[in-house]
Design a protein around this ligand. Structure first.
Ligand SMILES: Cc1ncc(COP(=O)(O)O)c(C=O)c1O
Length: 406
């Protein structure tokens, strides 16, 4: 019998709270400004698992709002792997990795990540966010320079800030601009080029082979974040580095275990010495309790499934191609999206919220994405596709988007 989480007991009347004490009063003003700008974000409560259909705030909706690209987040094979590890190793890791938190399950996971990416070593973090931010700060410091795509994920942006290096932001996917910036760099100091491979908001893909060529010509380290590409791209499912055939030109590969792999956590993979260094310098790994071994075991099982079930990524990519083609043939501009993340730009935040609400009324959950996740004036609804959606499901979704836009 499937396990159920009991619904919360009927809510007591919330304790009435008076005005915030004076030093916190600015928060009420800031919230009021967010609300007036239409930027306050709702927190939805999900009932049950992620799936092709999802229960949100008591409604069952077509689910185009998860990163569960391969349908593994609710897969019982991951649950079983997690239960087995929890029985053997307990639930909590109990310590940071270097003290005593690095269990057998963590060790197996790091070997599995390195195997998937076909590199000598890997280190895993509690989240993809921690992997990116801690790694950047471990690779460069205040005498160094970072070259970062303007649409990189927040975890990369925060890592750049944390590092105190000089940050040069180049226009989205603009290799010529990157080349020009690197050519103007002084000889002293390290250089780090950093980019997402599949961009999470735009669904665009970075021109990896060209970026690698420019980075190499200017003796820069190249770090790429494969968060949304892991499991989905590449003949073996390791991501876009594999698909572009430029593993030799990419020095630092990061990703998450929380999206297509359906578990949680982040990773960095590459040369042995890189990983050894991160185990001494990546503060988000050193000074944080290791995630539960059960989570590591579930992620390891998912990596195994990526190897055993290549048809999931093939199906997903074919269906995503057909979905995008259906939208573009209806006249929509998808801004160069090329994978399973498909944005429909609505412009102002209110327009994106209204479009998302119309879609929800029609039975489709396609979340609105607003600043600060996207620049002002570029709010969108973002359809994230999953292997759990059939071709005809996606035809219905595309038709609903077209109808709701009219
Ligand atoms: C491009 C990118 N990198 C990193 C992350 C962070 O990953 P995690 O959710 O595992 O912290 C995300 C998450 O949304 C992302 O979109």
């Amino acid at each position: 019998m499937p396990c159920r989480i009991e619904a919360a007991p009927p809510a007591k009347a919330p304790r009435s709270c008076g005005p915030l004490s004076a030093p916190l009063a600015w928060i009420a003003d800031a919230l009021e400004r967010l609300s007036r700008a239409g930027l306050e974000r709702p927190l939805r409560v999900r009932d049950g698992r992620q799936g092709g259909v999802v229960g949100l705030n008591g409604r069952q909706l077509f689910n185009a709002g998860s990163n569960d690209y391969l349908g593994y987040a609710g897969d019982v094979r991951l649950t079983k792997a997690a239960s087995k590890a929890a029985c053997a190793e307990g639930f909590g890791a109990g310590a940071s990795p270097l003290i005593s938190g690095h269990s057998r399950s963590h060790d197996l996971l790091e070997r599995a990540v390195a195997g998937l990416l076909d590199v000598p070593a890997a280190v895993t973090f509690a989240s993809g966010f921690a992997a990116n931010s801690a790694t950047i700060a471990a690779l460069v410091g205040q005498d160094d320079r970072i070259y970062s795509d303007e649409r990189n994920h927040a975890s990369i942006i925060d890592g750049c800030r944390l590092s105190r290096a000089q940050v040069h932001v180049y226009p989205h996917r603009d290799v010529t601009a990157l080349d020009t910036l690197l050519a103007a760099a002084p000889a002293a100091g390290r250089r780090l080029v950093v980019t997402d491979t599949l961009f999470s908001m735009d669904g665009t893909i970075t021109p990896l082979a060209d970026i690698a060529e420019v980075a190499s010509r200017h003796a820069a380290m190249l770090m790429v974040d494969e968060a949304h590409a892991t499991g989905v791209f590449g003949p073996r499912g390791s991501g876009l580095v594999e698909e572009a055939g430029c593993a030799d030109g990419v020095h630092v590969r990061t990703g998450t275990l929380s999206k297509a792999l359906g578990a949680a956590g982040g990773f960095v993979a590459g040369h042995d010495d890189l990983i050894r260094w991160l185990r001494h310098a990546a503060r988000g790994w050193l000074f944080s309790t290791a995630p539960p071994p059960a989570v590591a075991a579930a992620a390891t099982r998912a990596i195994g499934l990526v190897g055993e079930e290549p048809s999931r990524r093939d199906d997903l990519r074919h269906r995503a191609d057909a979905f995008r083609a259906r939208l573009t043939s209806a006249g929509l501009d998808l801004g160069g999206a090329a994978g399973q993340i498909v944005p429909v730009v609505a412009g102002p935040a209110a327009a994106a919220v209204a479009l998302s609400a119309r879609l929800a009324d029609a039975g489709f959950f396609v979340p609105a994405i607003r600043p600060p996740s996207v620049p002002q004036g570029r709010s969108l609804v973002r359809a994230s596709l999953s292997w759990l959606h059939t071709e005809s499901d996606l035809e219905r979704l595309a038709d609903a988007i077209v109808t709701c836009l009219r």
